[in-house]
Design a protein around this ligand. Structure first.
Ligand code: SF4
Length: 360
């Protein structure tokens, strides 16, 4: 079955490292935006999905009445499986018990909390709108609302961050009892305030030290690494994100959203226009806001399967890559066989981009 991604491009403020399609100060557009997303959804009326992911941006920046209208509308338009995983991303600053209770009542069963760090100085330095205390409150609010399946997003390699800061963040994260943790290293992306200010990333050595420490720490605490940056208690992997990495199909709704579906027998990747105002205008005028549509060739599909599949610790069928090259990487400890699949080792993940460009 397919997944469904809905993009909510509103944020309380813009983080200094962020290059996502998100905007601060535009919440006045929330209502026409939700109406436009529901109109776009009509194209896929009756389609069956078994994962829904409302991401952003900050979906919980939407007024409760608007997110409720969105979710109830989506439930009417799509045929959502009874056992579907239904995730909403939340900024800790926006955690509110009534809000989450309502989300639970209308079928949300997973929350992804953008924690990033438990160090208030670091949170301030990277421009986050919340403090560490808000993360604890957000986890408690999820419990109180009866949504036990929540994930924390963490970041390492942040400006001025030490190993001690990172290990403290990992320990504090576990105190929140998440079922899933994502841990991403900061990348300084073009066009962001960090890029413009010339902020430099931490050294490659420290970045790798933090990553390896996290992988070992999570393993010691019962989390299974199932993807290069994602760790979960058994059975709590993100089913929606697994669809991306397994190159399965999903609908994408909203400003800047991407979709991947079969259309007239062809595999098509599409992307919507990014600015909120343009998205609303295009949907209202034409019912679509796609600015890109790429039909994938067989070679494209194979390349994607290798690149995305090798992010996963389940790996990919060995026959997808050259057996000679695979044997060399296995011999040097960068890859390993698991049954009929091949996958990266932790050492291999460190240099995965280099190896991938050799394999494809
Ligand atoms: S909350 Fe997320 S989407 Fe919004 S500005 Fe910060 S990093 Fe970007």
């Amino acid at each position: 079955m397919k997944g469904l991604y809905i993009h909510i491009p509103f944020c309380l403020s813009k983080c200094l490292y962020c290059d996502f399609n998100s905007y601060a100060g535009k919440l006045a557009l929330a209502s026409p935006y939700v109406s436009a997303v529901l109109k776009e959804a009509e194209k896929f009326s009756g389609s069956r999905v078994d994962t829904v992911y409302i991401g952003g941006g900050t979906p919980t920046a939407l007024p409760l009445s608007e997110i409720e209208r969105l979710i109830c509308g989506i439930r009417d338009i799509f045929d959502i499986d009874k056992a579907a995983e239904f995730t909403v991303e939340m900024n800790p600053k926006t955690a509110d018990r009534e809000y989450l209770k309502t989300l639970k009542e209308i079928g949300v069963n997973r929350i992804s909390i953008g924690a990033q760090s438990f160090n208030d100085d670091i949170l301030k330095r990277i421009g986050r709108a919340h403090k560490a205390s808000d993360i604890y409150s957000a986890a408690e609010t999820c419990h109180a609302a009866g949504i036990e399946n929540y994930s924390l997003d963490l970041m390492f390699s942040l400006p001025g961050q030490t190993m001690k800061d990172w290990t403290d963040t990992l320990e504090n994260a576990l105190k929140c009892e998440p079922k899933h943790i994502s841990a991403y290293g900061l990348k300084i992306e073009h066009g962001t305030p960090f890029y413009k200010k010339g902020v430099k990333p931490l050294s490659e050595e420290l970045d790798r030290e933090m990553y390896h420490f996290a992988a070992e720490f999570f393993a010691e605490n019962g989390f299974i690494q199932y993807e290069i940056s994602n760790f979960a208690l058994k059975g709590r992997e993100s089913l929606h994100n697994l669809k991306y990495w397994r190159c399965e199909e999903y609908f994408g709704l909203g400003a800047g959203a991407h979709g991947y579906i079969t259309d007239s027998g062809k595999k098509v990747r599409s992307a919507n226009v990014k600015p909120i105002e343009e998205y609303i205008l295009k949907i209202n005028e034409n019912g679509t806001a796609a600015e890109e549509k790429n039909i994938l060739t067989k070679e494209d599909i194979l390349t994607e399967k290798i690149i995305m599949g090798l992010r996963l610790t389940e790996g990919i069928p060995q026959e997808l890559v050259s057996s000679e090259k695979a044997a060399l990487y296995i011999k040097n400890g960068f890859m390993e066989r698991v049954e009929s699949n091949i996958r990266f080792t932790l050492k291999g993940f460190d240099v995965s981009n280099t190896i991938l460009s050799d394999l494809i």
